[in-house]
Design a protein around this ligand. Structure first.
Ligand code: ISL
Length: 557
C-alpha cells in the first residue's frame, strides 16, 4: 500500500513482548516468539505490529524503564533476532512499530549513573531534573508533584539534591531543555529507522516539557474539561493537565521528529500516547508537521455507554478531519483493565485501575457479549484501529492474582491500595497442550484456569469464537476498505437513545449500516429485513427483525 499513507486505515496489533509468545520455555515471551507467530497475525488480518519495549532494562516498569535504547534486553533476544523478526514481518506485508520512551530513562542508564557520580551543577546532572529541596536544609521536595504510580514525584540522593520522576523512582525524568537530549533522541530514531522500522509509538508523549519554574500542582488551575477517571475508576469529564503535561513547548519535539522521519524513504509514522483532553488539544499533536496519529483514549474510557461512545466518535472525527489526520480507535492496552471485564461490571463506564478478588467480580458472559459488540464498532470506524494482544480472544482480566505474583510498580507505590495493571498483562494462552498453555512451565505471571478453554487453538476451530469474529471483521473491513469510507450518523441514532448507528459509504459506492444496541431491550431495525447481513457480533444478535441488546450488526444496504 505504498504511496497511500498505510497508517491512515491500518489495523495495528499491540504485542506486549513478555506476554505474547515464549520461544525458549523460560516463561517470558521473546522476539523469537513474535517471529514464530507472525503468520498467526497475518492470517488474523492485521496490517502492522506495535511492540512494547524490548530494550535493555532492569524491568522495574516492564521495560518502560530503558537502560539502553540501542540494545535488546537478553530476556527478549538479540539485535539479530529483531532483524529476523522485522524481515519476516515485511515479507508478510506487516509493518513494524517500536516503542520510544523519551520522558524518562531507567536509573540504570549510563547517563543517570554518571549524574549520580558527578557533582551538583555538572553537565551530567543537567541531563535530568535535579533540584535543591525546600525547607531549611532542603529536606522538603522542590514542589508538590505526585508520581502517577503513587507517592511523591521526587526522590532525594545522598548529596541532598532531589530528582524528578513522574513515574517510578527508577524512572528519572529527562531534562528536555538540554539540547543534548534532543540530539540523542534524533540519533535513537535514526538507529531504528536505519534498521527498517515503519514507526514509533511515543510513550507519555504529552510529558517531556515541564512548565517554567516547576510550579506546584493546583486543583483549581490544572483540573480542566477533558477525560479522566475518578477515584472509583469511573469515567469523568475532568482531566489533570498538571504543569508536567501537555505544555505548548512539547510540539517542537514532534516537529523535529517529523523532519527526521521525512529523511527516510517509505512512509514512517509516529503515534503519540497522550492522555489529555479535550479532543481539540489532542489534535494539535497530529498537525501535518507533527505526528501521524494519536491514541483516542476518549473512546476507550467511553465504556459500553451509548452517549459517551457517540460523543467520543463525533469529537474525534471532527477534530482529526480539521487537521487532516486519521482518527484512531482503542479498546484496551497494557495499562487498562481488559474491556471484556470492564464491560461486565455494573457501571457501563467502569475504568478501574485493577480488579481484585475482593472487588465486584465482572459478569463474564455479559462482558464478553459487549466486547464482541464493541469490536464490530471499533473495526468499522474510519481511521486506524488498535488491537491489544488477547482482544481477539476476548481475554478477560486476571482478577484473582495474588500479591506475590504482582510486578506493577503501581501496586507497590500505593502499598496495594491500587492493584495496578498486571491483570491485563498475563501471558496469552496459545495451546491447551502442556503447562503454561504454550508458555513454558512457569509463565512470569500465572494464567487463570479459565484461559484453558479460550486458547488460540480452541478458538481457531470454533466458527463462533471471538477469534473468528475478528478474522471475519478484518476480512470484510479490508475487502470493502471500510477504514477509508465516508462516515455519517444514521437518523436512528437521533431517534433511539440506545442505538449507535452509522452509515459507511465506501470508495466503490457500497453503503454499510453499522448498528450497535447498547440498551437493555431488543430494537427493531428495518434494514435487517431489506439489507444484507454481513456480520453479527453473536448468534443471537438478530431475532425477528430486531437487534438484541449488547449486539452489533453490519448490514449492506
Ligand atoms: O497520564 C496518565 C493518566 O492521566 C497516565 O495514564 C500515563 O499517560 C500513562 O501511565 C503512561 O503510560 C506509559 O508510560 C508509563 C508506563 O508505565 C506505561 O506502561 C506506558 O504505557 C511510564 O513509562
Amino acid at each position: 500500500k505504498s504511496g497511500t499513507e498505510w497508517w491512515r486505515d491500518a489495523v495495528i496489533y499491540q504485542v506486549y513482548p513478555r506476554s505474547f509468545k515464549d520461544s525458549n520455555g523460560d516463561g517470558m515471551g521473546d522476539l523469537g516468539g513474535v517471529t514464530e507467530k507472525l503468520p498467526y497475525l497475518k492470517q488474523l488480518g492485521v496490517d502492522a505490529v506495535w511492540l512494547s519495549p524490548f530494550y535493555l532494562s532492569p524491568q522495574h516498569d516492564a521495560g518502560y524503564d530503558v537502560a539502553d535504547y540501542r540494545t535488546i534486553d537478553p530476556r527478549f533476544g538479540t539485535l539479530d533476532d529483531f532483524e529476523r523478526m522485522k524481515d519476516q514481518a515485511h515479507e508478510l506485508g506487516l509493518k513494524i512499530i517500536v516503542d520510544l520512551v523519551p520522558n524518562h530513562t531507567s536509573e540504570d542508564h549510563e547517563w543517570f549513573q554518571a549524574a549520580l557520580a558527578s557533582p551538583i551543577g555538572s553537565p551530567e546532572r543537567a541531563r535530568y531534573m535535579f533540584r535543591n529541596g525546600k525547607g531549611e536544609n532542603g529536606e522538603l521536595p522542590p514542589n508538590n508533584w505526585k508520581s502517577l504510580f503513587g507517592g511523591p514525584a521526587w526522590s532525594r540522593i545522598d548529596d541532598g539534591q532531589w530528582y524528578l520522576h513522574l513515574f517510578d523512582s527508577s524512572q528519572p525524568d529527562l531534562n528536555w531543555e538540554n539540547p543534548e537530549i534532543w540530539e540523542e533522541f534524533r540519533s535513537v530514531l535514526r538507529f531504528w529507522l536505519d534498521r527498517g522500522v515503519d514507526g514509533f509509538r511515543v510513550d507519555v508523549a504529552h510529558g517531556m516539557v515541564k512548565a517554567e519554574g516547576l510550579p506546584d500542582w493546583d486543583e483549581q488551575v490544572h483540573m480542566v474539561e477533558g477525560t479522566d477517571v475518578d477515584e472509583k475508576g469511573h469515567a469523568e469529564k475532568t482531566m489533570d493537565t498538571g504543569p508536567y503535561f501537555d505544555q505548548d513547548g512539547v510540539h517542537e519535539i514532534y516537529r523535529d521528529w517529523n523532519q527526521v522521519l521525512a529523511e527516510y524513504p517509505g512512509e514512517r509514522m509516529l503515534v503519540v500516547e497522550a492522555w489529555i483532553g479535550p479532543a481539540e488539544r489532542l489534535a494539535l499533536y497530529v498537525r501535518p508537521d507533527e505526528a501521524q496519529q494519536a491514541f483516542n483514549f476518549d473512546f476507550l474510557i467511553a465504556g459500553w455507554d451509548r452517549d459517551r461512545m457517540r460523543n467520543a466518535i463525533t469529537d474525534s472525527l471532527r477534530v482529526n478531519q480539521a487537521v487532516g489526520a486519521p482518527s484512531t480507535w482503542v479498546l484496551s492496552n497494557h495499562d487498562t483493565v481488559r474491556h471484556a471485564s470492564r464491560y461486565g461490571l455494573s457501571s457501563r463506564t467502569a475504568y478501574p485501575n485493577g480488579i481484585g478478588a475482593e472487588d465486584e467480580q465482572p459478569d463474564a458472559a455479559l462482558g464478553l457479549r459487549r466486547a464482541r459488540a464493541a469490536a464490530l464498532v471499533e473495526l468499522s470506524l474510519p481511521g486506524s484501529a488498535y488491537v491489544y494482544q488477547g482482544d481477539e480472544l476476548g481475554l478477560p482480566e486476571h482478577t484473582t492474582l495474588d500479591a506475590e505474583s504482582r510486578e506493577d510498580p503501581t501496586f507497590f507505590r500505593t502499598e496495594g491500595q491500587e492493584l495496578g495493571r498486571d491483570g491485563a498483562r498475563v501471558p496469552l494462552p496459545w495451546s491447551p497442550v502442556g503447562n503454561g498453555l504454550g508458555f513454558g512451565p512457569n509463565p512470569w505471571l500465572p494464567q487463570p484456569e479459565t484461559f484453558e478453554n479460550i486458547t488460540v487453538d480452541h478458538q481457531l476451530g470454533n466458527p463462533q469464537s471471538v477469534l473468528n469474529l475478528y478474522k471475519n471483521a478484518l476480512r470484510i473491513r479490508h475487502e470493502m476498505a471500510l477504514g477509508r469510507a465516508q462516515f455519517e450518523w444514521d437518523p436512528m441514532s437521533e431517534q433511539n437513545t440506545q442505538i449507535l448507528a452509522y452509515r459507511l459509504t465506501t470508495d466503490s459506492g457500497d453503503t454499510v449500516l453499522v448498528a450497535a444496541n447498547a440498551g437493555d431491550a431488543a430494537v427493531e431495525i428495518p434494514e435487517l429485513t431489506t439489507g444484507e447481513l454481513l456480520l453479527a457480533s453473536g448468534q443471537s444478535a438478530v431475532m425477528a427483525g430486531k437487534l438484541a441488546a449488547d449486539h452489533t450488526v453490519w448490514i449492506k444496504l
